[in-house]
Design a protein around this ligand. Structure first.
Ligand code: CO8
Length: 300
């Protein structure tokens, strides 16, 4: 098992700084099912790598809602790093094994009534997840098979391509403002890079959660497909992206994303301090507690 927060990853060169992988051998489309597979499932995330196609499937399996706890984030970053370091792996599809939910975003209980040390460790793990995913050399496809608020939306936005199940009951967006909190600058940067400034500004100020069809119209997700076709479509998109030489695609991705990644790397400690000072305010703690209560009331 992994001790939470001890991320050996931080000490290594980030993915976007590493030498590119060698160019691929002639491509084999991934196809379904992804077999033969090498899997390294852990508590909250299950990973299956099909070495013949070079495509890994990463499934979130942390019921009830795949909230991004410290443990989840740590497992995620370590799993991604394992794949990143495996030359047989060229692409990863991320999806959920929990029905109707992709991820409910950051685990709010990790931000309520905890110590400064805990907030530091938690926020560093959130940063690490994003640096790893947004900066990944691999092709990353999000198969969004359920609702995906806030941090869940960030994960999808950090991928190269997003396909969502066309169920209008599933929504996605950066709804932080609805919780009385503010999306950090690198959440915002990632959002702007996907949908453009105007849509991002309106959506962030209103804390909008967009039903799947609206998310598609705004460009927040690239495609909608019937839920039963989602994995097939994700595999087909992956094959299309993997048909290019890795080095050209990776360098292009770096060119597009480096400035945004570097901005967080340069201000990482300051960003942690800001998070701690923000989240430990009594008014913010109150907002978060009220939001959790609202979730529970809505249920009963
Ligand atoms: N964290 C912790 N617990 C959660 C979360 C969460 N994000 N979301 C849901 N839960 C809990 C619920 O409280 C409930 O607990 P219990 O069973 O003990 O009552 C359980 O999970 C199941 O939840 P629901 O009954 O609501 O499940 P549904 O299937 O009806 O709905 C949803 C699922 C749509 C995901 C719904 O739970 C929901 O809307 N959750 C809230 C999502 C949200 O707003 N997340 C935002 C988190 S903040 C974030 O990610 C970025 C913060 C950036 C930091 C800014 C600086 C401070």
């Amino acid at each position: 098992s992994v001790s939470p927060g001890v991320l050996p990853l931080c000490c290594r060169l980030p993915a976007w700084d590493r030498a590119s992988r060698p160019s691929p051998s002639p491509l084999q489309p991934p196809g379904l099912p992804l077999a033969p597979c090498r899997s390294f499932s852990n508590n909250k995330i299950q990973v299956e790598l099909d070495e013949s196609s070079g495509v890994a499937m990463m499934k979130f399996k942390s019921p009830p809602v795949n909230s991004l706890s410290l443990e989840f984030l740590t497992e995620f970053s370590i799993s991604l790093e394992k794949l990143e370091n495996n030359r047989a792996c060229r692409g990863v599809i991320i999806t959920s094994a929990v029905p109707k939910i992709f991820s409910s975003g950051l685990d709010i209980t990790e931000m309520c009534g905890k110590s400064m040390e805990h907030y530091t460790e938690f926020w560093r793990a959130v940063q690490e997840m994003w640096l790893r995913l947004y900066g990944s050399n691999m092709v990353t496809v999000a198969a969004v098979n359920g609702s995906s608020p806030a941090g869940g939306c960030l994960m999808a936005l950090s991928c190269d391509y997003r396909i969502m199940a066309e169920n209008p009951k599933f929504s996605i967006g950066l709804n932080e403002a609805q919780l009385g909190i503010v999306a950090p600058f690198w959440f915002k940067d990632t959002f702007v890079n996907v949908v453009g400034h105007r849509i991002a500004e309106r959506s962030l100020q209103l804390g909008s959660l967009h039903p799947a069809p609206e998310a598609h119209k705004l460009g927040l997700v690239d495609e909608l497909v019937p839920e039963e076709k989602l994995m097939e479509k994700a595999a087909a998109v992956m094959a299309q992206w993997l048909a290019l030489p890795d080095h050209a695609r990776q360098l292009t991705k770096t060119m597009m994303r480096k400035a945004v990644l570097d901005r967080l790397v340069a201000h990482r400690e300051e960003d942690i301090k800001n998070f701690i000072s923000f989240v430990s305010k009594e008014s913010i703690q109150k907002s978060l507690r009220m939001y959790m209560e609202m979730l529970k009331k809505r249920k009963s």
